[in-house]
Structure formats: C-alpha cells, structure tokens
Design a protein around this ligand. Structure first.
Ligand SMILES: NC(=O)c1ccc[n+]([C@@H]2O[C@H](COP(=O)([O-])OP(=O)(O)OC[C@H]3O[C@@H](n4cnc5c(N)ncnc54)[C@H](OP(=O)(O)O)[C@@H]3O)[C@@H](O)[C@H]2O)c1
Length: 298
C-alpha cells in the first residue's frame, strides 16, 4: 500500500486551494473511498438522470459549429450536459440542436494567441466558479494551396506553419492551463483531437497539419502525466477519414476502397468515443490515444 496523496497541489500556485476531494455536490456518491466510481450504470443515461436532478455536467468544446465538434456537442447535450462552445464565427442559433447555445458561445480566433486570455475570461465568467467536467480540444485547421493542393515541407509558408501550430497545438495547452482550477474542481477529462496523419504521410493533409497533430499526440502524453495527480485525465482520439468539410473532395472516392471497413466514418462515430473518454466508464484511462478509422492502420 502506498500513502501518496490522491490530489496534489498545483505547482506554482502558492496560496491556492489545497489538495481537494471531488466536490460532493457534483461527485457520484456511489464511489470507492479512493475516489474511483463504482457505478455500473450506463454513463449516458446516468448523466441524463443526474442532469434532471440538478447535477448537470459541463463541457467546453472548441470547433462545435460543424463536423465532428457539432456531432459531439449534440451527443453530450442529449446526455444532459451543458455545452460551452468556442469558434471563430458567431453562434448560428438556427443550426444549434441544443438549448442555450447562443449564450454559451465564445467567439474566438484560436490562431491569435493574444485573443486567448480574453476568451478564457469569458469562459470562466460563463462557468461562474463552477466545476468543469470536460474540455475537448477539437478545432483545427488544415490549409491547402490556393489550387487546393497539399502543402508540403518544401512549400508551406512560415505564416501557415505558425497559424496551424497556434490553432492545433498551442490553443489546447493554453485553454487547459487557463481552465485548470475548474477542471480540478470537476475531476475533469481533457480530450485532444489528433489525427491518423500524425503517424503517416497522407495524400491530402499537409506537412504543417501532420506535424501539429503528431505534436498534439506527444502533448497529450505530457499533459496526462502532469494533470493526473490533480484528478484530471487527458486522452486523445485520432480519427481517420471522417465525412466533414475538412476533407478534400476526392478523399472518400479515393480512400474508402482502401479502408478495411470499406467506408469513411461519420462524426457521430467519433463523438461516441469522446463521450466514453469523458465518462466514468473511462475513469482509469489517461495518456491514451484511441484510433477511430475503420481499420485504416492495420
Ligand atoms: N474529418 C476528418 O476526416 C478528420 C480526420 C482526422 C482528424 N480530424 C480532426 O477532427 C477535428 C474536427 O475536424 P472536422 O473535420 O470536424 O473539422 P471542420 O468540419 O473543418 O470544423 C472545424 C471546426 O473548428 C473551428 N475552427 C477552425 N479554425 C478555427 C480557428 N482558427 N479558431 C477557432 N475555431 C476554429 C470551426 O469553426 P469556425 O469556422 O466557426 O471557426 C469548426 O467548428 C479537427 O481537430 C481535425 O483535425 C478530422
């Protein structure tokens, strides 16, 4: 038996709150004394039930306006979660399938690191000192040449490298750092959205995008190590080819026949894995990257 504290103090935060147990107001009472949940209930229905009894969980989700992020917001909302979104465009209320979308949106250009402190202030204000149960770093950019071609390590402009790394890598670090106290209070889960292109050259995805995703995989490991003592889990999901606007028009026709499952994936299939990672069903999973690609890597 070891006797290390379960929840360490945050380094560099003198005077901050000391080691904490999960907030009894939000924590499942059916839990092991160690803090581990023991409930075998379906997490989706459990969260729905808890939400109806006033214990709603909260998710901060980047890039929810379309694609994988939109499907993710919808799934978590169906499970009773409150969703706070961040992306460049103002919220399109007519397209939002979950309630209170408009007032729970922060418009921010994640490529501009100077805009992030203001976005964090707005997020914290919306959280109102309450706990945060999940942060999903989903927004990303994958620029092409003006002719729509893949940008390689030979021809990617410096400005493009910078903006890709700002959105795809730096924003996840800054958001997680900035929301640390709320994530600790919620014993939260962070999910970074990486990609199959982080581990192999892809016919359409460019070099800056691929290297930013490889770095995000590495960052997930580093963060998992650093955040675990505070009760915060950090994992990644790596989609293969998923039917969204980010894909090149030729992707489906060209690549689907090469995928063992003979089709590309849907945003909903990715959202379900993220829900698992943010649920009690994954309470002992951290530092992992789950691949969602119909067998594309086998
Ligand atoms: N689809 C795939 O096949 C695939 C494969 C591997 C990995 N992924 C990853 O999955 C994630 C979601 O991809 P997706 O296909 O759903 O993408 P998508 O359809 O292009 O949507 C991207 C989202 O990110 C937001 N966004 C983009 N640039 C932003 C910026 N500079 N600042 C703030 N928000 C920004 C967009 O909203 P606004 O336009 O309003 O800003 C949008 O909501 C990404 O991390 C992507 O790399 C996708």
């Amino acid at each position: 038996m070891h006797s290390e504290p379960l929840h360490a103090e945050r380094p560099g935060h003198p005077g901050g709150p000391g080691p904490e147990r999960p907030d009894p107001a939000t924590h499942d009472p059916a839990s092991h004394p160690s803090g581990a949940p023991t409930s075998g209930a379906c997490p989706f229905h459990n969260d729905q039930r808890e939400s109806r009894s006033g214990k709603q969980k909260t998710l901060v989700l980047t890039g929810a306006s379309r694609g994988i992020g939109h499907a993710t917001g919808k799934l978590f909302s169906d499970a009773g979660w409150r969703i706070i979104t961040c992306s460049r465009q103002p919220f399109a209320d007519d397209r939002c399938p979950w309630a209170t979308g408009m007032e729970n949106h922060v418009a921010v250009e994640l490529a501009d690191h100077r805009a992030l402190p203001r976005a964090l202030d707005e997020l914290k204000e919306k959280l109102g000192g309450g706990p945060l149960h999940a942060l999903i770093n989903n927004a990303a950019i994958s620029p092409k040449s003006e002719a729509g071609e893949r940008l390689t390590s030979l021809n990617t402009p410096v400005g493009t490298w910078m903006s890709v790394f700002h959105v795809n890598l730096l924003a996840p670090v800054v958001l997680a750092q900035g929301l640390f106290d709320e994530l600790r209070a919620g014993q939260g889960s962070i999910v970074n959205v990486t990609s199959i292109v982080g581990s192999r050259v892809h016919p359409f995805a460019g070099s800056a995008y691929a290297t930013s995703k490889a770095a995000l995989t590495c960052l997930t490991r580093e963060m998992a190590h650093d955040y675990a003592p505070f009760g915060i889990r950090v994992n990644a999901i790596a989609p293969g080819e998923i039917k969204t606007d980010i894909l090149s028009p030729e992707t489906e026709a060209m690549l689907a026949p090469t995928i063992p499952m003979r089709r590309i994936g849907t945003p909903e299939e990715v959202a379900k894995v993220m829900f698992f990672l943010c649920s009690d069903a994954a309470s002992y999973v951290t530092g992992e990257e789950i691949h969602i690609n119909g067998g594309q890597r086998v």
